[in-house]
Design a protein around this ligand. Structure first.
Ligand SMILES: Nc1nc2c(ncn2[C@@H]2O[C@H](COP(=O)(O)OP(=O)(O)OP(=O)(O)O)[C@@H](O)[C@H]2O)c(=O)[nH]1
Ligand SMILES: [Zn+2]
Length: 302
């Protein structure tokens, strides 16, 4: 197996993957068996078909993953991508960002041990921008990198140092400027995506789920475009694990009177004691914690 060439999965749809060889050439491959199911960002061992048996290669094995970002609702698990250096959550002054959604993505990233960073776009809209920026104060305080951008007018150059040499998954709600960002980083991305989805879906024109793009000719910096920000299920996380994945809550959670404190109502809870407008934990953040705790504690309906 180790004699087989390695490749990088740069797009995936259903059971088909587009695999990029080390020389940059790309080929559609399908997995040989269940164990070789790959996601974008996977390094795979693949083989070419014997002459005369079509163009498609096959994925023989998936190399061990450094990490995997995924979401899970009650029924399904959906992978975003593997082997990431960071997740960039792109939100904008308008439409008004949902803090719940932001919190969910950050929790999933923490759970997968992938560094998140937040970019607030549309700095050119002073009033909503100031409001949105203000609402991100707790996130700066808990140590997340919070950056700003004005993608349409000023472009993405100021973000380049954050991305340099890394593989960055870009997630964001509709309208935040994700396509604007990707198209600035990868001129021709839209056309490339069309070609890829056409190839992978044997002729049907629809948007590809997740795509890996190199932003430079030397293939050292990558951005991965993926949909799915809106329905971010966290069912892979146990209710009790939640506090450890929210840095502001985690900072107090080990000082509670009861070792199994849920931080919802217990006496001697250090988390509850820290909640307040001037406190270490913003009331909105604790409300998000409580909502998610309840959601993750629901017995499965299926
Ligand atoms: N005012 C302002 N508008 C921007 C900025 N960046 C992007 N936009 C606009 O915001 C709108 C949404 O941008 P898109 O890049 O299409 O957003 P998206 O996140 O890809 O959204 P979907 O295509 O719905 O997934 C477009 O009309 C952009 O022109 C910015 O810095 N300032
Ligand atoms: Zn507690």
């Amino acid at each position: 197996m180790s004699a087989l060439p390695t490749g990088l999965v740069v797009a995936a749809h259903g059971r088909h993957c587009l695999v990029e060889a080390d020389d940059g050439s790309r080929r559609i491959c399908h997995p040989r068996g269940k164990k070789s199911q790959a996601v974008v960002g996977d390094r795979v061992r693949w083989s070419s078909p014997p002459t005369g048996q079509g163009e498609e290669g096959s994925i023989e094995a998936v190399e061990p993953r450094r990490n995997l970002l995924y979401r899970q609702d009650e029924i399904r698990t959906k992978s975003f991508a593997a082997n990431l250096d960071q997740v960039l959550v792109l939100i904008a002054a308008e439409p008004e960002p949902s803090e719940h959604q932001l919190a969910r993505v950050l929790i999933a990233a923490e759970a997968a041990h992938i560094a998140p960073l937040v970019v607030l776009n549309k700095r050119d809209l002073p009033e909503p921008f100031a409001r949105a920026s203000q609402r991100l104060t707790p996130y700066r305080a808990m140590g997340y990198g919070v950056h700003t951008a004005s993608l349409r007018a000023e472009g993405s150059a100021e973000l380049a140092p954050l991305l340099q040499g890394k593989a960055t998954l870009v997630l964001g709600p509709s309208g935040a400027g994700k396509s604007t960002l990707i198209n600035q980083l990868v001129p021709g991305a839209a056309v490339l995506t069309q070609e890829i989805s056409y190839a992978l879906k044997s002729g049907k024109h629809t948007t590809t789920s997740t795509t890996w793009y190199w932003t430079d000719a030397t293939r050292t910096t990558a951005v991965i475009d993926s949909p799915g920000f809106q329905e971010f299920g966290l069912h892979q996380i146990a209710p009790r694990q939640l506090a450890t994945l929210m840095p502001d809550i985690a900072a107090h959670a080990d000082q509670c009177r009861f070792y199994n404190c849920t931080h919802l109502h217990e006496p001697g809870c250090a988390v509850l004691a820290a909640v307040g407008e001037g406190g270490d934990i913003a009331p909105r953040r604790h409300a998000i914690y409580a909502d998610l705790f309840a959601e993750l504690s629901q017995p499965p309906r299926y």
